[in-house]
Ligand binder design. Structure first.
Ligand code: GLY
Length: 249
């Protein structure tokens, strides 16, 4: 048959991945803060791929120059191209980028959603009433809003269930979760409350976010909270943010 008659040769893209998420109202584009996640299960980017074991925002690799270039060369032409084809896209547009050693961006993928776990550190930095921004997106007036960001770095560590990512175990009792403070917040993902007890109910159970003036300090804050939470089989990476911590901010 014709199987194998056509061979597609693709460029191998080496570099560092970053997430570039924007809001689109059909015409106007409002970028969210940059972020980067960690896909592998284990420290040092080892082990199987997961949906994400942690993330931080901003991503120092996305410099102001690179940000402007991504908007100019990737995001705006994509939105304009969709409009030209009769697709008036409204919602979150997530570009997964590969940034090469020279700082050049290439697009790996687009998703029509926010990222997980990128959203947790991004939201921890967002100031003001986000529902108002969503209303502007629906009304087609995103050009009339500006987002205000906490200048600190937010770093989120995912606490995953036993046997994640294969067949995560459900039903493990989660210890008390420290209360939210000005520099720490824990997001629930795979949890459920049964008879007043908090139990695991999914692969990625919690995302613990720390906020501080540097990546290293945000790491310390996040891991301090992580160390106060436990459940049987809890898995997490100990090195979230290691790339950004080694980069000039
Ligand atoms: N963290 C990757 C994604 O949400 O697709």
């Amino acid at each position: 048959g014709d199987a194998g008659a056509r061979v597609v040769i693709e460029e191998f893209l080496a570099g560092e991945e970053a997430s570039f998420i924007v809001m689109v109202d059909g015409k106007h584009v409002l970028p969210l803060a940059s972020s980067q996640d960690h896909k592998r299960l284990q420290d040092g980017d080892q082990g199987p791929n997961t949906g994400g074991m942690g993330a931080y925002s901003p991503a120092p690799i996305v410099t102001p120059q690179l940000h402007a270039r991504v908007m100019r060369e990737i995001i705006l032409p994509t939105v304009a191209g969709m409009e030209k084809e009769g697709i008036r896209f409204t919602g979150f547009l997530y570009a997964g980028l590969m940034i090469d050693a020279q700082g050049n961006p290439k697009t790996l993928e687009f998703n029509c959603r926010m990222g997980d776990p990128e959203t947790q550190p991004i939201m921890a930095r967002l100031k003001g009433d986000f529902s108002k921004v969503v209303e502007h997106a629906i009304a087609g007036t995103l050009d009339q809003v500006e987002l205000e960001w906490d200048r600190r770095t937010a770093l989120g560590v995912v606490l995953a269930a036993h046997n994640y990512p294969d067949t995560p175990r459900k039903g493990d009792r989660i210890s008390d979760i420290p209360a939210e403070t000005d520099n720490s917040v824990t997001f629930h993902a795979g949890t459920q409350l049964v008879d007043g007890k908090l139990l695991t109910s999914g692969g990625r159970v919690l995302c613990v976010v720390g906020l501080a003036d540097s990546v290293r300090s945000a790491q310390s804050v996040a891991y301090e909270t992580v160390n106060r939470i436990s459940f049987d089989g809890m898995q997490y990476r100990h090195d979230i943010g290691y790339r950004a911590a080694g980069r000039k901010q």
